[in-house]
Design a protein around this ligand. Sequence first.
Ligand code: TMP
Length: 244
Amino acid sequence: MSAVSDDSLAREGGAPADWPGKLGGRFVVFDGPDGSGKSTQFRRLVGLAEAAGVTVCEVREPGGTHIGEEIRKVLLDAQHEEEAPIDLRCEMLLFMASRAQLIAQRVRPALARGELVLADRFISSTLAYQGAGGGLPVEEIIAVGKVALQECWPDLVVVFDVDAATARARMNPLLRGQEFDTDQDRMESKGDAFHRKVRQGYLDQATNDPGHYLVVDARGEEDEVYGRMCAGLAERVKQFTDKG
Ligand code: TMP
């Protein structure tokens, strides 16, 4: 963390300083390839919003509920691959099942209370990983998504974009100061070609629906990324407010 305060960085680029206080009642997703650094920026936005008086409902996917955390264990368990690889549609449906529970149990009630719902991954991950990466047709994912989400689509998906080399370096256990990477889950252990497709999957989503996506260049130092994220969010929050 730098000596410069989060608040002063949040104003970078002449962005109006009051935008974090206007996040209440919105549903914002942070997403991106493994190693994009999104979770670090997630924590910083939580701090900024709370300092502005906004109650934040933090959720992560897959998981975020008791049922969802059980589903998460099944999905990320590398053991399955050794026995029999999980069927792609089974995988997608499990992610969606976790999501349906999350929306019913946490997202909808929090939005109704006027909180900011900040999600670490959402359906944008399914479109990138099972869709672009795995090859499942987008139409199938969207059709199941409509059933699971019941109209509860995010106001904004912030995509932290990194090239494969940067992402790999950030996930590299030696660079992270660990001798062995015992943490690598089933998704993280897929190859470079898969992760390149995933990255492109996020960029394509943003190109096809620019009103609901904000792409942040996630290369470089944490504070630089934070400054870019805040400048982008300030602009989008202004648009929310203008639309009412
Ligand atoms: P994370 O919690 O560390 O971000 O890891 C979750 C992993 O699951 C990550 O590799 C992305 C993957 N994932 C999917 O493949 N599809 C999904 O719908 C979601 C939510 C995550």
